[in-house]
Design a binder for this molecule. Structure first.
Ligand SMILES: *Cc1c(COP(=O)(O)O)cnc(C)c1O
Length: 384
């Protein structure tokens, strides 16, 4: 029977662990207590303190970029990143329909309009070829800007999402972006530690946004960052996220409408401790993947979702792809009933009430994958 085979595979992979088994738990085995205590002891818990600078330096290095600007969460990082590359009110932003709601919300927070594009089966990320064919039909370039012929709106950016940590095909997407003069900026909320063609995936495109929410591969409690090689964009990001205040000994002069999005020092302290363990977390993830791959090898009902050939994924969240499009909900019910906290992939963006009327291309692959993908327990501790 289907359910029993799937249950057995998960049990074989994870071994005898207490249930319920969460989908993804944070793991604290480093200097978290020490660094956070230091913030409390010294009083530097809030918007000023040395851990913020330290965290940003270490993070930039890890991601192979020149600059990291830490902020309060991944959604804020996305919003600021979009604003930095010129997304304005009324513009459309190309982004996948298959993603977490925050990508679309960040576009909306810029008063822009999400324009949903199709994913490919292998990575679940944007399909460059289909996007290119689509833009060929619906878009035209006028005075150096790209416009949607159907809505008349400017198309201002292309935002791939590295789903579950698996890098989108950035070279293919960069080619589309270049062809149409679009800035390529990535939602890398899930992919910290992933490599694309041997280099950190965050080093591709103009900027990337990462998240340090409690369910991500490492956490600062809540947090996010903008990563870029551009010194100009980095300076603008810092300025915008810290109330756009001009430096002065005592005067409060703010030169545009900024945000209070700065990451507090106490969260950055936790981030420094977590970052020191990231390589161990990545190794642990590999062990879990090996165990799942072996356990699902030969299972007829589903396949284990693997990284593409060109990438080394952080495997943040593991997934299985059911072969039957009609079994997802009964499978979820059985797995959760057995104490394995499993979840469907996110409901597609164009099926949410607030995004129903947004422009979109044919999304049949996204719709098929929505019906087939299930996330299975992926906590670091299973691989230690
Ligand atoms: C987690 C996540 C975000 C948002 O990050 P927060 O820190 O929760 O705001 C954005 N996009 C994707 C794909 C995510 O998984």
């Amino acid at each position: 029977m289907t359910m029993q085979t799937l249950l057995d595979a998960i049990t074989t992979a994870l071994g005898d662990v207490p249930r319920p088994v969460p989908l993804h738990e944070p793991y604290f085995a480093g200097q978290e207590w020490t660094y956070v205590k230091e913030c409390l002891d010294t009083g530097w818990v809030s918007s000023v303190g040395s851990y913020v600078d330290l965290f940003e330096q270490k993070l930039a290095k890890k991601c192979g970029v020149k600059h990291a600007i830490s902020v309060v969460n991944g959604t804020a990082a996305l919003q600021v990143m979009l604003r930095l590359v010129g997304v304005r009110a009324g513009d459309e932003v190309l982004m996948p329909a298959l993603t977490f709601i925050a990508t679309a919300n960040a576009v909306s927070h810029c008063n822009a309009i999400p324009h949903f594009v199709e994913c490919e089966k292998s990575t679940l990320a944007i399909d460059g070829k289909k996007l290119s064919d689509y833009l060929e039909k619906i878009a035209h370039i006028k005075d150096g800007d790209l416009y949607n012929k159907e809505t008349g709106c400017r198309i201002a950016a292309l935002v791939p999402v590295h789903i579950f940590g698996h890098p989108a095909d950035m070279d293919a997407l960069q080619q589309v972006a270049d062809q149409y003069g679009l800035p390529l900026v990535a939602d890398a909320a899930e992919s910290l530690g992933s490599l694309y063609k041997g280099k950190p995936v965050e080093s591709y495109g103009l900027c990337s946004a990462v998240s340090f929410n409690g369910n991500k591969i490492m956490t600062t409690g809540g947090g996010g960052a903008i990563l870029t090689n551009s010194s100009d964009l980095a300076a603008k990001a810092k300025h915008l996220t810290t109330t756009a205040k001009q430096p002065h000994k005592w005067e409060f002069v703010h030169d545009e409408i900024g945000y209070n999005y700065r990451m507090p020092n106490i969260n950055a302290a936790m981030g420094c401790a977590q970052l020191e363990q990231l390589d161990d977390f990545l190794l642990a993830k590999r062990k879990i993947v090996d165990a799942y791959s072996r356990a699902f090898d030969g299972v007829n009902e589903a396949s284990f979702h693997k990284e593409p050939d060109y990438a080394h994924s952080n495997y943040w969240l593991n997934a299985i792809v059911l072969h039957d499009v009609n079994e997802r909900d009964s499978t979820l019910a059985a797995l959760n009933q057995a104490g394995y906290i499993c979840r469907p992939i996110w409901r597609l963006m164009h099926r949410m009430a607030m995004y129903e009327t947004c422009p979109r291309m044919d999304l049949s692959i996204s719709e098929e994958m929505e019906a087939r993908v299930i996330n299975i327990p992926s906590s670091v501790k299973h691989g230690l």
